[in-house]
Design a protein around this ligand. Structure first.
Ligand code: PPS
Length: 217
């Protein structure tokens, strides 16, 4: 069953790599972008053929920072880190979430896109993560680049099946009750079997459309 999902993702990746004059892949250290990197690595004959972008909000978990470094060492990709840390007063972090996510994620994301002249940004967004993502497309035109989302049709179970099938390492937080990884102040562990984003800031669902409009992931 997973073979069909992988085949479709590979086709989208191949098309993106063919069409893009400057592609980049987003890697958060999370399970989905890990699978995306692995698919890219397979497409590139054991080398990830595009630079990898990580947005460092400055308030991620230590385990995530360590995992990103570990994967970078293991797979040897060209890691580009962009950050706008300091743009939000520490006392205001996680208070006004649209402002906080916008400053710490969207602003550095767009700065990186401009700075590196990125034509296509590959991300690991999935349709079943959130109702606001149900209508996403594989190729989506944004203001200054094209967003490519090769894993849209993967379910959470597909992601874990892929990780286990390929014996991929993953961030240790997933073994401690975290289901979806965001920033430290806005992410908590949940009971096993809980909805994918139930451990993310509870009110994020409400402002997701605003973030989408502002050019967030
Ligand atoms: N900080 C950072 N740096 C680089 N790339 C990132 C970042 N945050 C999100 N992403 C990309 O978006 C994918 C979906 O992540 P999320 O669902 O956690 O995004 S969100 O914060 O809720 O909007 C995400 O995939 P996963 O985090 O693996 O699910 C990445 O492809």
């Amino acid at each position: 069953m997973l073979a069909e999902e992988i085949k479709l993702s590979r086709e989208i990746i191949d098309r993106a790599l063919k069409e893009a004059f400057r592609p980049m892949a987003a890697f958060s250290g999370g399970k989905d972008s890990l699978v995306l990197l692995h698919l890219l690595r397979t497409a590139g004959g054991d080398q990830i053929p595009v630079p990898v972008l990580n947005i460092d909000t400055g308030v991620k978990f230590e385990e995530i920072y360590r995992f990103i470094d570990k994967m970078q060492r293991l797979w040897g990709f060209a890691l580009v880190r962009e950050s706008n840390r300091g743009a939000v007063d520490p006392g205001d972090i996680a208070r006004d979430k649209v402002h906080c996510c916008y400053q710490l994620k969207t602003v550095p994301l767009h700065r990186a896109i401009e700075r590196y002249g990125v034509s296509h940004l590959l991300t690991a967004v999935r349709r079943d993560e959130h109702p606001a993502r149900a209508g996403e497309e594989y190729f989506s035109s944004r203001a200054n680049h094209i967003r490519v989302q090769p894993l849209l049709h993967f379910t959470r179970e597909d992601i874990w099946a892929y990780i286990h099938q390929h014996h991929l390492p993953y961030c240790s937080l997933y073994d401690r009750g975290y289901v979806s990884l965001g920033c430290r102040p806005c992410t908590r562990p949940v009971d096993s079997g809980a909805a994918e984003r139930s451990g993310r800031a509870p009110d994020k669902e409400q402002f997701m459309p605003d973030l989408r409009r502002l050019g967030y992931f």
